[in-house]
Ligand binder design. Structure first.
Ligand SMILES: [Zn+2]
Ligand SMILES: [Zn+2]
Ligand SMILES: [Zn+2]
Length: 160
């Protein structure tokens, strides 16, 4: 690994550790390994994948503990959670986008682009009898580098 890449990862790990300790979490070896795992991952990780990597280093770790940590880190904004057809996955949160935001997700390279614009604010025809408490909105497609002539836009997923 190149030195420059190394320091980018170290900074990402420190940033995650910092948020955890700001929220009064004890920085255990396990949480440090977790932060490094996500900092080094180029894409999304499922809870199972995280568990499998952590378990190699921290024997006796339970899946429940890993899952609870993932959910907690997601609530703190350290990680973000995404729902894919093959299940829920996590990745490092968009730094500097702590507030509510959405994403453009590349189906080929797992790159994500934060979208500060919230489409909900522009929905005017919601039924009045329904009390909305939350929403999800992600846009899937191909980034500039991954665009191929046969990667046609997925109309049914993209349309609002
Ligand atoms: Zn984000
Ligand atoms: Zn891409
Ligand atoms: Zn929104």
């Amino acid at each position: 690994m190149k030195e420059a890449e190394c320091s980018v990862i170290d900074r990402a790990v420190e940033r995650m550790i910092q948020v955890m300790s700001n929220h009064g979490l004890r920085i255990t070896g396990q949480r440090r390994t977790l932060a490094r795992l996500f900092a080094e991952a180029s894409g999304f990780l499922s809870a199972k994948e995280v568990y499998q990597s952590l378990e190699m280093k921290h024997h006796g770790l339970s899946f429940d503990t890993v899952y609870r940590n993932l959910r907690m880190l997601q609530e703190l904004g350290v990680l973000e959670q995404f729902n894919f057809e093959d299940g829920m996955k996590f990745r490092v949160g968009c730094y500097g986008h702590k507030h509510h935001h959405h994403h453009l997700i590349c189906l080929s390279c797992d790159h994500i682009y934060p979208l500060d614009y919230c489409p909900m604010e522009h929905l005017t025809n919601l039924p009045a009898h329904f009390q909305v408490v939350k929403h999800q909105f992600e846009i899937y497609g191909y980034c500039e580098e991954c665009q191929q002539p046969d990667n046609k836009p997925l109309q049914d997923i993209v349309s609002v």
